[in-house]
Design a binder for this molecule. Structure first.
Ligand code: SAH
Length: 346
């Protein structure tokens, strides 16, 4: 299946110019596409222009919201979306003082199979197209009002760099001034650390804020919880992060979810500090959000604060993230899973 939102502005404009139509038509059409309008709603677009795209198989709406859950704790909203082929994905809108951030999925399921994550429990179902990734923002903007989504994090289900082509096409489209025009500084990409793709991303000229899910300071510990650690060692991951920083001049964020008894010892804090010594990155700590199917628990608040203090003493730049939407299955893949399970039980 292909969608209007898969096309870049340049591609759309080329097709329209090849039809012999003026450039302002491309601008008008691209604006409608970025708002998720149906063909019949595009009132100022000539029929023949729409027909040309329809006859090439471009669908107008990649995604629709099928369920919305509001957190009573922090105003977070969790969305469940249906794709055109019946697959279901999820997203989270987090409200911060400086605006709303939407957490976006890049794949249905995931191949990475991290031991603590619900997204990989059934493996990868399929990649999302660029339009389906963009479509999540468009659907939430349509629901909450234009401009509702100010920042975007590619931290939902899936590994964005395992879906490289569609992800970079999405990055091009999301910041296009003819369309959603979300500031490049407002877009973050989170990866479990596919080192060759991290280098390729910045070599190809893309500069989202890079977040690396490290979660362990040594290869031994990391291999226990993240199969990708068998492919790339922690030193290679840090080297790729340094390369990214040197090319983009943008500070990299190291994600570290604290898991009880696995990666939360004082020694782990010391090893982590040594690993990032001299590299101006920032460490984001969060206590693991327990997933029913995975026999791992988050570190208790005392242990979390202790770990943070250890890092601070060792001069590591660190913040503790609040776990948002925990009353509505906020963590990756949890809501989709519940939805699919409920379907099986019916
Ligand atoms: N595949 C990408 C992005 C998706 S996951 C990545 O690995 O970064 C987004 C973040 O949530 C990652 O840091 C991931 O490791 C973390 N995460 C997944 N499940 C979690 C859970 N149950 N509790 C806390 N963090 C979790």
């Amino acid at each position: 299946m292909k969608f209007l939102q898969d096309l870049t502005y340049e591609e759309t404009a080329d097709m329209i110019s090849n039809m012999g139509m003026p450039k302002y038509r491309a601008d008008q059409f691209f604006r409608w596409i970025s708002r998720g309008a149906a063909y019949e709603e595009m009132s100022n677009i000539p029929r023949c222009l729409k027909d040309a795209f329809i006859s090439q198989g471009y669908l107008d709406r990649p995604i629709r919201i099928i369920r919305k859950l509001h957190s009573k704790l922090d105003g977070t909203i969790k969305f469940l979306y249906a794709l055109q082929d019946g697959n279901v994905i999820e997203g989270v809108l987090m409200k911060y003082k400086y605006g709303n951030t939407l957490c976006v999925s890049t794949q249905v399921g995931c191949r990475m199979n991290c031991a603590f994550c619900a997204s990989g429990l059934d493996g990868l179902v399929r990649n999302l197209t660029a339009g389906e990734i963009l479509g999540q923002i468009i659907a939430v903007n349509a629901d909450g009002g234009e401009g509702c989504v100010g920042n975007v994090v590619l931290m939902g289900s899936g590994e964005p760099l395992d879906n490289y082509e569609n992800t970079v096409r999405f990055l091009t489209n999301v910041s296009d001034p003819h369309g959603l025009n979300i500031s490049k500084r407002g877009v973050s990409l989170s990866t479990c650390g596919l080192c060759d793709k991290i280098r390729r991303l910045c070599d190809d000229g893309f500069t989202p804020t890079l977040t690396i899910s490290l979660h362990a300071p040594t290869d031994d510990i990391r291999r226990k919880i993240m199969p990708i650690a068998n492919r790339y060692g922690v030193n290679e991951v840090i080297e790729a992060a340094k390369y990214y920083f040197n090319v983009t001049k943008r500070r990299v964020i190291i994600e570290y979810s604290l898991i009880d008894g696995i990666n939360d010892s004082d020694e782990c804090a010391r090893e982590l500090a040594t690993l990032v010594k001299g590299f101006p990155c920032h460490v984001n700590l969060i206590a693991l959000n327990s997933v029913k199917e995975r026999a791992l628990n988050g570190t208790a608040p005392r242990g979390v604060n202790n770990f943070k203090k250890r890092l601070e003493d060792l001069k590591v730049s660190v913040t503790l993230r609040r776990s948002m939407g925990s009353d509505i299955d906020g963590a990756c893949g949890q809501l989709r899973r519940k939805f699919l399970k409920a379907g099986e039980e019916q």
